[in-house]
Design a protein around this ligand. Structure first.
Ligand SMILES: *Cc1c(COP(=O)(O)O)cnc(C)c1O
Length: 330
């Protein structure tokens, strides 16, 4: 098993949309497929995706975590991109089909199977810049992944960026390729010029999220994250952490906050990122106007680690699933 994102299983679930309907999904080798150079997606970025995981618990059976929420979000992304919206039932079938087809390739815990549903506009028409693609491919790739932190957890260093935006005020909630393309140059610059791991986008001084993860601050017993307003991705990990924290008596506050407020909180706070791939990543330092500010003492926060353990314990069957987040599929 190599780096995250480069090793795939042997099969994917595939369906094609044309003549106003989805074809019956099939299993295909996860291999090159044909796409004309004039495909809508290659010119006008009609593409969206999801990311979720399947786990092989100690009893050998395979479970998904909150996958219906990924289905809902993919459908919302498809709608925003004017792509054909796959039915919930089709996505449900294809996700399970893709996972069960490679069941023998799913590693034991703490490894898992990363699942990447992808929807692209395939109409052959470079004249369709201002029109929806009438054809599409939907495919579900899978990739065995290790424990993100097998090499040890290291607190991240984020660059606060008040100039660039990773998306627009309404498109930030869409899991679409264009948003990562828009963020890329600022992420590369942050890495090269500041040695930062990620950029924390804070247009006009308002804290949003990083290029691919939601951002949290924990200030004594209050957990703060930006409210969903269309500009940030409605993360499923984000929502799970908020529910777990609330159940443990933390005050959970979804609200807008500024860079100035954030910096004033740092000495007595913890901060972390959330997303499916890494679950929770501690943040140790924030760079702002060429000055590096430690979050707390700059080390991994104890509550951050506890939240991470609580969530992965549920995902791995080592803690009670009181929210019905787990679905057994084999
Ligand atoms: C995928 C993603 C997240 C995290 O979402 P999860 O559902 O928790 O995996 C956060 N921000 C962005 C920009 C993302 O693309």
């Amino acid at each position: 098993m190599g780096a995250f994102g480069k090793d795939f299983t042997s099969l994917m679930a595939f369906s094609r949309y044309s003549d106003n309907q989805w074809q019956t999904p099939s299993l295909q080798p996860l291999d090159d497929f044909k796409l004309t150079p004039a495909s809508h997606v290659l010119h006008y970025a009609s593409t969206c995706f999801e990311g979720l995981k399947a786990y092989r618990w100690a009893d050998g059976r395979i479970r998904l975590f909150r996958y219906r929420d990924n289905i809902k979000r993919l459908r919302a992304s498809a709608k925003a991109l004017c792509l054909p919206i796959p039915d919930e039932a089709l996505l449900d079938t294809m996700i399970k089909q893709a996972v069960l087809a490679v069941e023998s390739e799913i590693p034991d815990l703490p490894k898992s199977l990363y699942i990447r549903p992808t929807l692209i506009g395939t109409e052959t028409n470079i004249g369709a810049a201002g029109r929806a693609s009438s054809e599409a491919y939907l495919y579900i790739m899978t990739s065995p992944v290790g424990d993100y932190f097998s090499g040890g957890i290291r607190p991240l260093k984020l660059l606060i960026d008040e100039l660039n935006m990773r998306s627009t005020p309404t498109f930030g909630q869409v899991k679409t390729g264009g948003n990562y393309a828009a963020a890329l140059s600022s992420v590369i610059r942050a890495r090269e010029q500041y040695g930062a791991d990620q950029v924390l986008y804070c247009p006009q001084g308002n804290v949003q999220e990083t290029g691919a993860a939601n951002f949290f601050v924990l200030k004594s017993k209050t957990l703060i994250t930006k409210k969903l307003d269309g500009s940030i991705l409605p993360g499923i990990t984000r929502d799970s952490i908020m529910q777990l924290a609330e159940n443990q008596g933390f005050e959970v506050v979804e609200r807008d906050f500024t860079v100035k407020e954030l910096i004033s909180w740092l000495p007595e706070s913890e901060a972390f990122l959330s997303g499916t791939a890494a679950v929770i990543s501690p943040v140790g330092h924030l760079i702002h106007n060429n000055k590096t500010h430690a979050v707390g003492n700059g080390e991994i926060g104890q509550h951050t680690l506890a939240f991470r353990k609580q969530l992965t314990d549920i995902q791995h069957g080592q803690a009670e699933d009181n929210n019905s987040w787990i679905t057994v599929i084999s």
